[in-house]
Design a binder for this molecule. Structure first.
Ligand code: GDP
Length: 200
């Protein structure tokens, strides 16, 4: 399950510009500031690999990284910029939804959820949309080191509440993993999880 090599392949401005390739891929998605770049760096353990530079309202790109020449990690534009103009928020939906609905090689979406805050409407909307559209998803709770009660040891109220709130949109509860890019929590679990999904 180790990442030995990671190569930045392409930034795509539209779903149809993504690499034409049937190698399996995992797309990482989350609210701006959820800790996505940190998580990519922690998975890869190389500071220079995550080339994400995202600013509200600026060009948003789908970034493909090829891992071990065998699968892709895809960095999708963050959503829910607090200060973004409405137009930038709207762009996300058509743009990213197009990707989800048409990408045959997509194995699962890793939806990043900040475990240090109570469930946010925009994350719930996103999780519910993915569930209703039968897009395979894994919840990756980030910043678990900041959970007050359990100090990252156990799922706390925020995580439990989130799971309850999305339940009705899923026939089966999606897999979920607790992570912290500060303590390294969940790194091996997440890599193993992705390698298991690739073999199905
Ligand atoms: P992105 O916008 O989703 O790419 O988020 P970043 O990776 O840039 O992280 C946003 C902020 O959250 C930064 O200040 C990070 O230092 C912080 N952060 C990210 N991951 C963690 C984590 O696991 N634990 C804690 N405590 N802070 C984190």
């Amino acid at each position: 399950a180790k990442i030995k090599e990671i190569e930045f392949v392409k930034s795509s401005g539209r779903p149809k510009d993504c690499p034409r390739d049937d190698r399996p891929e995992f797309a990482m998605l989350g609210r701006s500031n959820v800790g996505k770049s940190s998580l990519i760096n922690y998975l890869v353990r190389k500071k220079e690999v995550a080339l994400t530079s995202k600013k509200p309202g600026k060009t948003q790109l789908i970034n493909h990284f090829l891992v071990n020449k065998s699968w892709y990690l895809v960095d999708l534009p963050g959503y829910g910029f607090a200060n973004a103009p409405e137009s930038a928020k709207m762009d996300w939906s058509s743009f990213t939804k197009g990707y989800f609905l048409n990408r045959d090689s997509l194995v699962a979406v890793l939806l990043l959820i900040d475990a240090s805050v109570p469930p946010q409407k925009i994350d719930l909307d996103c999780a519910n949309w993915l569930g209703r559209n039968n897009i395979p998803i894994t919840f990756v709770f980030t910043k678990c080191d900041k959970m007050k009660a359990s100090k990252g040891k156990r799922p706390d109220e925020n995580i439990k509440r989130f799971q309850e709130l999305i339940r009705e949109n899923y026939k089966q509860h999606p897999p979920w993993i607790m992570t912290s890019s500060v303590t390294g929590l969940g790194r091996d679990d997440l890599l193993l999880h992705m390698s298991q999904l690739r073999n199905y």
